[in-house]
Design a protein around this ligand. Sequence first.
Ligand code: ZN
Length: 339
Amino acid sequence: MRGVIMHAPGDVRVEQRPDPVIEEPTDAVIRVTASCICGSDLWPYRGAEPADNIPMGHKYVGVVEQIGAAIEDIQVGDYVVGSFVASDNTCEICQAGFQSRCQHQVMMGAIGTQAEKARIPLADGTLVKVPGVPTDAQAKSLLAASDVLGTGWFAAVAAAAGPEKTVAVVGDGAVGLLGILAAKRLGADRVIAFSRHADRQALARKFGADEIIEERGEAGIARIKELTNGYGAHSTIEAVGTQESMLQAIGSTRPGGHVGYVGVSHGVNLDGLDLFFATVNLLGGPAPVRRFLPELIDLIMTDQIDPGLVFDLELPLEEAAKGYQAMDERRATKVLLTI
Ligand SMILES: [Zn+2]
């Protein structure tokens, strides 16, 4: 099969890779119909994480081709969505809704789903069957559900977004933008997005942002306090993962409020005393997308949400390198790879 390999930072190639096979009775093999390039794929691309001949990709939608002997819920031919962490969905952590930290978790990034096929471990727990056959637009949205929407949704839930709440969103990448959509769907009264890019501001408004703040850091915090009678937001989504964004998120939140942080942390150091006096609830980490998939699939297949709008560049798998370049140079927010 063909698949993406990152040979070194900045060096992405599409090459022949061995076809995946059933290794465990709980595995399935799917034919991937679409995958995408993630903001987190840019960390190794830019040399901030090791990249030495690694398979790439961790989101996917596709059709089941083979199942292991122990599989009960998934059948060959099913159109399925999974997330970036394979999980059994039965251990105590999964049952509590934190499938991304399943006791038996397998990170899909190590398998690499920017490829024609992929082995899915713990397939009964990991994959969710889509009813019917999705349209092209629905298929894009399902791919968004597989990761960026699921992550934005978790951030909004972790930030306790809901009725009568003002929600601030730090980060205008795909996750932040879909965090806006999630906060609105969860009933938030008012969503304020931080963004200084005209195209992303437009998408933020489309997904439901009521106001946009262009300032960052201390100036951004001052602005959000101005807009909330000096209080700050009830709920803040942090979707970047840097020192500045994390401090901006905590600083934007009123005492007693909630921060949902889903930006993968790179170099974040929090001062204990500042954290102590911030008096905010912090919940974050790798999003348990699996918890939300059934609900998100239903919202997408009944055309109630259209998160697929977040993809602004579509390329065939063979041209994956162009997609990495476009995202690295910020010419694209999110790249869809068709397979
Ligand atoms: Zn589990």
